[in-house]
Design a protein around this ligand. Structure first.
Ligand code: UD1
Length: 420
C-alpha cells in the first residue's frame, strides 16, 4: 500500500518549487516509513524550450516526468483548455490520492480545476475526488489585471490543503473565508531549493564566460529580467523602460537573460539597438561599450550564481524578489505592487513600477548607498517541503480518512489509456 501523490509542473517558475518536494519525498521514502509515497510527476509542457524547461531538469536533478502533455503556447484560454483536456485523461489513469499544484501559472489553475471536477470509483464504491493541494497559496497582488492573480484566487478557492510562505498569505486566505484548519504555514519551497543548490552554483563559470571577472574579482554588474505583459507587450512602455536601463548600463554592465516573450517583442518593435548580443563569436570587452547585454534564458545554477554576485537585480518576476531577499542582494522590482510583501518589510525589495525616472533614482540610491542587511522571513529555512510532506502523510491524510488505492487499482492502470 502506498499514498499516490501526483505533482504538476508546467512553466519555468514551477521547476524549482517541485524540486524541493521531489527531494522531500525521496528522503521520506528512504526513511523506511510504513506508508511509502508513490510520486508521479506530470509536465504540462506550457514551457517547452530547452532553456525554459530541459536545463532545469538537469540542474535541479529532477526525475524525468512520468507524463509530458506537450500543450505548448496559445492564448490563456486555449492554453488552459488544452491542459485541462489532457490532464483529465491523466487523472483517470493515474487515480492519485493527492494532486499538488504550485505557484500561479496557467498550468496551476488548469490542473486545479480538473482535480476538483474529476472523480472515479474506488474499492469502497463511492466517488473519489483527489485532495487538491496548493503550494504557495494565499499570495495576493490585489491586481486582477495580472493573469497570475486570477490563477491564484481560483486555485486557492478550490484547494483542500493550502501551504503558505508568509503571514500576509495566511491573512488573505482567512479574509477570503478559508477555514483555519486548511491553512498550513510551512515556509518557502523555492528557498529550500536555493539553499540546497547554493554551493553547487558557485562552481558555475558564468561570470568568467561573461567577462565579469577582473583580476580574479567579480566586477560590479547588474542583472535585468523582464517578461510581464504589462511591461513588454506595449512598445511605448518597453521603449521608455529600455531608456532607463540604457542609462544604468553607462554606470555598470547590465546583463539581461531575456524571456522568449520579451525577445519576440524586442524583435517586432525593432529595438535591437539597445543591446549587445552575447551570441557573437568573440564579444568585445565590457569597457568599450554601453548598452544592455542580451543573453538567452539561463539555467538555474548559472542564474543563481549570477544573482548571488550582482550589485543589484532589476526584475518584474515574482520568485526573484524572494531569492534576492535570501541572497541579500538589492532587488528593484519593476511593478507597482507585489504579492510577496514580506520581501519589502524583511527583505531587500523595493517597488518602482515602470517609470524611467524612478528606476534610475532607485538604482542610484542602491549602488551609492550602504547595503542594508535583510532579515530572513520566518520559516524560510530550507525545510518547507519536509513540513509539507509531514502534513500530508502524518496529518491531513490520516485524519481525513483518505481512501488509499488498492493493489488492484494500481494494477488496473492501463497503458493504452495514456493521454495523447
Ligand atoms: C508564464 C507565467 C508567469 C511566469 C512566467 C515565467 C502564466 C499565466 N504566466 O508566463 O506567471 O512568471 O511563465 O517564465 O502562466 N515561450 C517560448 N518558449 C517557452 C515558453 C514560452 O517561446 O519555452 C513563448 C510562448 O510561445 C509565448 C510566450 O513565450 O509566446 C509566453 O509564454 P506563456 O507560457 O504564455 O507565458 P509566460 O509569459 O512565459
Amino acid at each position: 500500500m502506498a499514498i499516490k501523490i501526483l505533482s504538476v509542473v508546467g512553466a519555468r517558475p514551477n521547476f524549482m518549487k517541485i524540486a524541493a518536494i521531489c527531494e522531500a519525498v525521496r528522503e521520506y521514502n528512504a526513511s523506511g516509513k510504513p506508508l511509502p509515497i508513490d510520486h508521479v510527476l506530470v509536465h504540462t509542457g506550457q514551457h517547452y524550450d530547452a532553456n525554459m524547461s530541459d536545463m532545469f531538469f538537469n540542474d535541479l536533478e529532477l526525475p524525468t516526468p512520468s507524463l509530458f502533455l506537450g500543450v505548448g503556447s496559445g492564448s490563456h484560454s486555449v492554453q488552459t483548455a488544452k491542459i485541462m483536456e489532457s490532464f483529465e485523461k491523466v487523472l483517470l489513469v493515474e487515480k492519485p490520492n493527492v494532486v499538488i499544484v504550485v505557484g500561479d501559472v496557467n498550468s496551476t489553475v488548469a490542473c486545479a480545476l480538473v482535480a476538483k471536477k474529476t472523480s472515479w470509483t474506488v474499492v469502497t464504491e463511492r466517488d473519489f475526488i483527489p485532495k487538491l493541494v496548493h503550494v504557495e497559496a494565499g499570495l495576493r497582488s490585489f491586481d486582477r489585471s495580472m493573469p497570475e492573480e486570477v490563477n491564484r484566487i481560483v486555485t486557492d478557492a478550490l484547494s483542500d490543503i493550502l501551504f503558505t510562505t508568509e503571514e500576509s498569505a495566511n491573512q488573505n486566505l482567512k479574509r477570503e473565508g478559508v477555514p483555519d484548519e486548511k491553512i498550513h504555514f510551512v515556509g518557502n519551497v523555492m528557498i529550500d531549493t536555493l539553499l540546497r543548490y547554493r554551493s553547487k552554483a558557485r562552481e558555475s563559470t558564468i561570470l568568467k564566460d561573461l567577462q565579469l571577472f577582473d583580476k580574479d574579482q567579480a566586477r560590479p554588474y547588474a542583472i535585468l529580467t523582464l517578461h510581464r505583459p504589462a511591461n513588454v507587450d506595449d512598445p511605448e512602455t518597453l521603449t521608455k523602460m529600455l531608456d532607463a536601463f540604457l542609462e544604468i548600463s553607462r554606470d555598470m554592465p547590465l546583463v539581461f537573460p531575456a524571456h522568449p516573450r520579451t525577445l519576440k517583442q524586442i524583435q517586432e518593435a525593432d529595438l535591437g539597438d539597445y543591446f549587445v548580443d552575447h551570441f557573437m563569436e568573440r564579444p568585445e570587452p565590457w569597457d568599450s561599450r554601453v548598452r544592455i547585454r542580451l543573453l538567452p534564458p539561463l539555467g538555474y545554477l548559472d542564474f543563481l550564481q549570477l544573482m548571488s554576485m550582482a550589485q543589484v537585480v532589476l526584475t518584474d518576476s515574482g520568485g526573484i524578489q524572494e531569492e534576492t531577499t535570501i541572497l541579500g542582494v538589492p532587488c528593484i522590482t519593476l511593478r507597482d505592487n507585489t504579492e510577496r510583501p514580506v520581501t519589502l518589510t524583511d527583505g531587500t525589495n523595493v517597488l518602482v513600477g515602470s517609470d524611467c525616472k524612478k528606476i534610475i533614482e532607485e538604482f542610484t540610491r542602491v549602488v551609492k548607498g550602504q547595503r542594508e542587511i535583510p532579515s530572513t522571513p520566518q520559516l524560510w529555512d530550507g525545510h518547507a517541503a519536509k513540513r509539507i510532506i509531514r502534513v500530508l502523510v502524518e496529518g491531513e491524510l490520516g485524519s481525513a480518512g483518505l481512501p488509499l488505492p488498492s493493489q488492484a487499482d494500481a494494477i488496473s492502470k492501463i497503458d493504452s489509456q495514456q493521454p495523447d
